[in-house]
Design a protein around this ligand. Structure first.
Ligand code: 5AD
Ligand code: SF4
Length: 463
């Protein structure tokens, strides 16, 4: 999954004092952001309103990420701070329940209660549909740990979001179509925390998409740990892949734009590439992690493709959709990575020229094959390689942004900008674009000309 910088504190204003309030803090990927919304939807039906201040919360939920050690450790430092908050509230005679959800909950289970006794509830990502019941048990004084795999039940039993909850999402929304992973890359915890691959049925996806659009959403990003491994029985009785699903969703009235993330190179089939060629609503942007450029390291990572396979695939995708911008993920310092292997990564980056990229130092994760290896790369070497890689990636990213200047694009306006009269949207290639568009409204798609680049965004004029 593509990771957001961190924490999106999900919020709506609180109502009267009798309402219970929930504060949800999200770490990690977009799928966690989506799950946080669905958990809050489910709790809304139990009388919980969302709040954006942890001090006011009757229930505080941390939706955690286990992808790298740093992400996982953050949870425990956060729980340290929360302990003081809980004690303060107890001093005022008010109870505060603490829940840990997400991938750390799945990976560590009971251990969380041992390390942080203030926690009342540990709930893994496959069991969110049991959240209301679990909360009821916690309120009866029980400590609850729910980490069974029951992914098929999750979406069937999670209540559909209400109109009010959808309106709070804005004009863009995530929609999970697939969860889990069967690829077992040797660095990755996801197959252990999110379980094996599961695709949601077409009818569920279409119904959620229609509901989102009816609530004002104009752009939907389909989510999955391996989103392009999605498959299911289509309306025509045939087996569909993600390409067919996108084609079908492009027919949903009122839906203006589609995106999807994150894809594995092995699952990029012809139908999906053709969807990029044919569908105007499918944005010309693809997050296609490669992780490394050396065949030796790709093999050790169990990626099941070579650097040339990946480059060949990119050529085919670009031939189908020449305007497509690519984004990727990279890991430096996987066990056994030599300077030569790392230079292969740089060489691959030079060939692809990513519009955007995310890069990380390898972090050994307990229970994964990579962590068992004895030939770990020294921390200083990882840091030095990461710096070199990031310098190259950000050079390409700036060059891509510069190449956008002068282009005319359709911009979906998502939110107000910092200055009066400014609105912000995303370019087809996912860059934030700032425009003076006083007479336009959020949710409008307007034609703009990109005039200059900013630090992390583009500026445009209405045309
Ligand atoms: N160490 C460092 N980075 C990792 N990622 C996944 N597992 C690890 C790990 N153990 C990165 C990959 C993945 C992204 C979401 O996080 O690049 O694509
Ligand atoms: Fe998302 Fe993976 Fe982090 Fe879980 S461990 S939150 S699936 S990135």
């Amino acid at each position: 999954m593509q990771l957001e910088a961190l924490t999106d504190e999900t919020s709506t204003k609180s109502a009267g004092d009798n309402t219970r309030k929930v504060f949800v803090k999200t770490y990690g990927c977009q799928m966690n952001a989506y799950d946080s919304q669905r958990m809050a939807d489910a709790l809304g039906r139990e009388g919980y309103e969302r709040t954006d201040s942890p001090e006011d919360a009757d229930l505080l939920l941390l939706n955690t990420c286990h992808i790298r050690e740093k992400a996982a450790e953050k949870v425990y430092s956060e729980l340290g701070r929360i302990r003081r908050l809980k004690e303060e509230r107890a001093g005022q005679g008010r109870e505060m329940l603490i829940g840990v959800a997400g991938c750390v909950a799945q990976a560590e289970g009971e251990e969380i209660l041992r390390r942080a006794p203030i926690v009342d509830l540990v709930i893994g990502p496959q069991t969110y549909h049991r959240l209301p019941d679990a909360i009821a048990r916690v309120r009866d004084g029980e400590k609850v740990v729910e980490t069974d795999y029951a992914i098929e039940d999750k979406f069937e039993n999670l209540p559909e979001p209400e109109k009010k909850a959808i309106a709070a999402r804005g004009v863009t929304a995530f929609l999970t179509v697939q969860e889990g992973c069967d690829k077992f890359c040797t660095f990755c915890v996801v197959p252990y925390t999110r379980g094996s691959e599961m695709s949601r049925p077409v009818s569920q996806i279409v119904s959620e998409a229609r509901r989102l659009v009816a609530g004002g959403v104009r752009e939907i990003t389909l989510l999955g740990q391996n989103v392009n491994a999605w498959h299911g029985e289509g309306d025509d009785g045939r087996e569909w892949g993600l390409g067919e699903l996108l084609r079908h969703l492009a027919g949903v009235d009122g839906l203006a734009r589609l995106r999807y993330t994150t894809s594995h190179p092995r699952d990029m089939d012809d139908a999906l590439i053709e969807a990029h060629r044919d569908l105007d609503k499918l944005m010309p942007y693809l997050h296609l992690p490669v992780q490394a450029g050396s065949d030796r390291i790709l093999k050790a990572m169990n990626r099941r493709h070579t650097a040339n396979d990946y480059l060949g695939l990119i050529d085919r995708i670009r031939a189908a959709q020449p305007g497509l911008a690519l984004s990727g993920d990279f890991i430096v310092g996987f066990p056994g990575e030599t300077e030569g292997d790392f230079e292969d990564t740089l060489a691959l980056v030079e060939k692809v020229r990513y519009a955007q990229a995310f890069s990380f130092k390898y972090s050994p994760r307990p229970g994964t094959p990579g962590a068992e290896r004895t030939d770990h790369v020294a921390e200083e070497v990882k840091s030095e390689r990461l710096q070199r890689l990031q310098a190259l990636l950000s050079q390409h990213q700036s060059e891509f942004a510069e190449s956008c200047v002068g282009r005319d694009i359709d911009l979906l306006l998502e939110k107000p900008g910092r200055l009066p009269g400014q609105l912000v949207g995303r370019s087809p290639w996912l860059q934030p674009v700032i425009v003076d568009a006083m007479s336009s409204q959020i949710g409008d798609i307007i034609r703009v000309r990109i005039t200059r680049t900013g630090a992390n965004s583009l500026f445009a004029d209405r045309i």
